[in-house]
Design a binder for this molecule. Sequence first.
Ligand code: KG4
Ligand code: ZN
Length: 333
Amino acid sequence: MILAIETSCDDTCAAVVTRGGEVRSTIRSSQADLHARFGGVVPEIASRRHLELVVPVIESALADAGATLADVEAVAVTQGPGLIGALLVGLSTAKALAYGRRLPLVPVDHLLGHVAALRLAPLGLEPPFACLLASGGHTLVLDVAEYAAPLRLGGTRDDAAGEAFDKGARLLRLSDAGGAALELVARDGDPARFPFPAVLRGQDGHDLSFSGLKTALLRQVRELGDGLPELRADLAAGYQAAIVRQLVERGVGALDATGRSELAVVGGVAANAALREALAAACAERGARLSLLPPALCVDNAAMIAAAAFAAPALEPSEYLALDAYARSPLAG
Ligand code: KG4
Ligand code: ZN
């Protein structure tokens, strides 16, 4: 069994996963409430909270799996990208646990983790496939021939898709549940009422851009003034549709460019039902297969870090004690 720890942002996560890819337990303790009143994640507060939560979360994961540290063969941990202070809490904890029992440690790139979630039950997806990674910090278009080394075809030029959802939710004065809150409101809205610019439409390549949509939304919100509550659902639906349109276009573009017959979508934004429906329609139209994760495996979790550890080198105690966290992923370009 692998014990995995993930503390790259504001969720403290631990999971126990078997070498066969079976998730025995996965625990995710969100700090969202703690950061809500600041309008975003405060790095120092996140680190301190990780420090308080990391051991109880690991204990819960072991207990849920019916396991103890004696059953653990290796410890996997997110090394980066993310908030350095937050990452260091997970990394130091993982080193201490592993070193105490002389276990190997597997440092994992968080982005490779999101992709590797596809390996786990129930999907158990094997490469090759084209892949969209859309999270709060990253938006990437990838060609995955092997889990250890996805090829970056393109990515966002400015905001990440999840960041666009989060900023949109804030502009629409929704709760701090970000994309999930915006999705909920958009359900009752008419996406055609407020047209948003078709950013990068028809442009070659695999890049995306979301900051123009945010500016368009800000302008609409200002124009509406006190009339916002009445038209909030329509505005949310139009904004969401514009984000979804771009992701679907780049997903289909990745299938075309790579000749792959399978498209997979990972990261927190992949939990969005409107995106899932639009991708299903686009893939059905062209006879491509679509792989979607259960929402709990889309958002940050530690099971995906264990999954990525199967494809990454394990380090011995003499190699990992000096290991440092990193803020930027080589995959992000
Ligand atoms: O993968 P993730 O949990 O963390 C990062 O690695 O960033 O992604 C979090 C992002 C947030 O921006 C959040 O607003 C977005 O995923 N998200 C959603 C939904 N659920 C989470 N965006 C749109 N619709 C959702 N249902
Ligand atoms: Zn993530």
